[in-house]
Design a protein around this ligand. Sequence first.
Ligand code: GLY
Ligand code: MN
Ligand code: MN
Length: 434
Amino acid sequence: MKSVEFARRRRQLMHMVGESGIVVLPSAPVRTRSRDVEYRYRQDSDFYYLCGFAEPDAVLALVPGRASGEFLLFCRERDADKELWDGSRAGPDGAVERYGADDAFPIDDIDDILPGIIEACTRVYYTMGMYSDFDARIAEWINALRSRETKGVHTPREFVALDHLLHDMRLYKSRAEIAAMRKSAKVAVRAHERAMRRIRPGMYEYEIEAEFRYEFRRNNAWVSYSPIVGAGSNTCTLHYVHNDQVLKEGDLLLIDAGCELDYYASDITRTLPVSGRYSDAQRAVYDIVLDAQLAAIDATRRDTPWNVPHDTAVEIITRGLKSLGLLEGSTQRLIKDEAYRRFFMHRTGHWLGMDVHDVGDYKVGDEWRLLEPGMVTTVEPGVYIPADSDIPPKYRNIGVRIEDDVAVTAKGPDVLSKGLAKEPRAIEEAMAAS
Ligand code: GLY
Ligand code: MN
Ligand code: MN
C-alpha cells in the first residue's frame, strides 16, 4: 500500500475526530506460542491501516490541528545488539523518514511525553477493551493528569470508542484496497487450482493443506486463517482444522482456504469429489448449493439490505432440501420455523478485508445495513447432511460449501475470486488436468 493511501486514511479519520480530540492506538503485542517461542508477528489491523508500520512496541497518536505535528509515532529505538538477532528497526528517525510521522519518539519515553499531549485534548479516542494492558496504560496517564488537577492541569472529559469511526472507514474499501484484495484472491485461486490437480484417493488431508501453504508462501502470502481440509464426514464439521485423515474414493473433500497478502485476506471454499467425479447424490446436493450461491452473488448489489443474499440462499436451499426429500411441508413454513438450520446453520457471508471476518456493523440501529460500493463480503452458502438414522444413506455425511469473495460496485457484484472452477463439470475437468 502506498504512503499516500495511509496519509489519506489519517486525514479522513482526523477530520471526523476534529480538533480537541486525540486518537491513541497501540501496536499488537508479541504473542508466545510455547515457552520461549513466539508466533510470527502480525501487526494490529487498525494500527497498520493508519500507518503501515509493522513493528511491535509502538503507539500511534493522531492529534488533529496540533501545530507542532498531528501524526506522532512512539517506537523502539535502534539497537545494534538487538537488531543483530531480530532484524532491523526503523527507530524514531525511520518513523519520520519512511512512515511520514510528523514527529517520533522512543517508546520508553511515552509516559513523559504523551500525557502532556493528551492534556491539551478534551476527547480521547481509542479501541477500548481491545488490549487490557493498553486500557490500563490510558487509565494511568489520565490518573496522573487528574492528580495534578488542583495545580490547574486539564484532563479530557470524554473517552470515545474509536471502533465506530475507524471500522466504518475500513468497511468501505478504496480502489487501492480492492486491487490488493483482488491480488490476494488471485493467489488463493491459484492455490485451489493447484490442489485440484493434486488430489488422489489415498492421500491425506494435510498433504492437500501443504499445497496451499506452498502456493501461498511462494507468492509472499500467508494463510489468513487455519485451512479447513476435510473429507467424508469431516465435510460436515464447520471449523474442522485437524486435516489428518485419509481421502477415500467416493468421498467429498471440502477445502476452505484463503491467504493474506499485503495485509488483505481472501477466503475461498470449494467442495470436490476425491475420485474426480461427483456421485449422483453428491451432485444433487452440490447443484442446490451452487444455485443458492449464484443467486446470492447476484443479490449482492448496492442498496440491497445485507440479509437479502442470505434470505435468497435460504429459500433456494429449503426448496432443494424438499426436492431431495430431506424436508417436508410448505416452503414458507419451513423457512419461518428455520427447519433448514438442521442442514444450513451459518450465515451466507461476512465482511472481508484486512481481517477474514472483517470489521463493520451489519445493522444500523435495528435495520440491516444496505450494501454500498466498496463493501466486500463473502458469499458462502452450504448444506451439511448428518449421518442420522432418518437420513437416506446415500445423503449421509455429504457437506458442501461454495465460497467466493464479492465486492459491491456501482455496476453490480464483482467476484474477486473469479476464474476458479465452480460448475461440477469444470471442477471435474480441473481435477483431471495434471
Ligand atoms: N474460513 C472462515 C469462513 O469462511 O468464515
Ligand atoms: Mn471460508
Ligand atoms: Mn468465510
